[in-house]
Write a protein that binds this ligand. Structure first.
Ligand SMILES: [Ca+2]
Ligand SMILES: [Ca+2]
Ligand SMILES: [Ca+2]
Length: 272
């Protein structure tokens, strides 16, 4: 069934900037001839040192800028998403390989059966296993929150002080069922998306999103606050990494599996 979007697709600018990097050979010769060389060398090394640039807290991951059914990949880790073409931000944040974006079918997505997502038109979901995991290399504090839709099976969020859902459990919160077809825009049974979150003590380094695969979706994942942010706040152009000259190959195994499954729930086609 061919799908024709009923709403204009909202596209957000993904302007890329170039960060200052190491100088040329000639620059080093000039620096070495200077009596200020030690200080200049130190300054250059500091400016060139790789650093994970965390935005002001709290901040939100809105999943915009990725394609429909694209693995999150390194989109928030100084690299591309799973398709190898969309570059996001250098936050040091990665997701497990079952985590993808899904674009609303009303906005041209292949099968997104949701509505009222917090920031149009993409959400986060996972297509296999009992949970998705988000790792935050630098950690974050104070709170964690999100918007979600789960119309048939509930979910739960667990926050840990080590990577990969390990270490001590800092806090958790349940994700009870949400309304079915409560805010279609104009279509989408998984609607609306409701807020949930928690405050915690300490430094968190991973979050486990539990639920039934393909039957729970998330948007505006907010780090650093117990109440999720509603708008686009990831407009941190100056954090954007320099795009490499050679685009890495896409790790498309999950992508192909997802396309093959095609599937029901959030990602099912609407047969009327
Ligand atoms: Ca929508
Ligand atoms: Ca919709
Ligand atoms: Ca979004």
């Amino acid at each position: 069934m061919m799908f024709f979007p009923a709403l204009p697709q909202v596209l957000r600018s993904t302007t890329k900037t170039t960060r200052l990097g190491m100088g040329t050979h000639g620059r080093w010769v000039l620096l070495a001839s200077s009596r200020w060389f030690p200080w200049l060398l130190l300054s250059s090394l500091l400016s060139a040192a790789p650093a994970i640039a965390m935005p002001p807290s709290p901040f939100v991951l809105d999943f915009e800028g990725l394609d429909d059914r694209e693995l999150i990949g390194d989109f928030y880790n100084n690299g591309p998403g799973g398709n190898g073409e969309n570059f996001g931000y250098d936050f040091g944040i990665t997701f497990s390989d079952n985590a993808l974006t899904l674009k609303d079918a009303d906005a041209g997505g292949s099968s997104g059966n949701f509505g009222g997502e917090t920031t149009p038109d993409n959400i986060l979901f996972f297509q296999s296993g009992p949970a998705a995991v988000m790792n935050v290399a630098n950690g974050f504090r104070d709170g964690f929150s999100l918007f979600y839709s789960a119309i048939s099976l509930p979910g739960k969020v667990n926050i840990y002080d080590d990577l990969e859902g390990k270490g001590s459990l800092l806090s958790s919160f349940d994700l009870p069922l949400t309304p079915d077809n409560g805010a279609p825009d104009p279509t989408g049974r998984f609607s609306p998306f409701l807020p949930a979150g928690t405050a915690f003590q300490g430094t968190a380094r991973s979050v486990v999103f539990e639920g039934a695969a393909r039957r729970i979706g998330f948007d505006n994942v907010t780090l650093g606050a117990a109440t999720p942010l509603r708008g686009f706040t990831a407009d941190y152009a100056f954090y954007q990494p320099e795009e490499p000259e050679s685009v890495p190959e896409s790790s498309s195994g999950w992508m192909l599996l997802g396309l093959a499954c095609g599937g029901a729930w959030l990602g099912r086609r609407r047969w009327g």
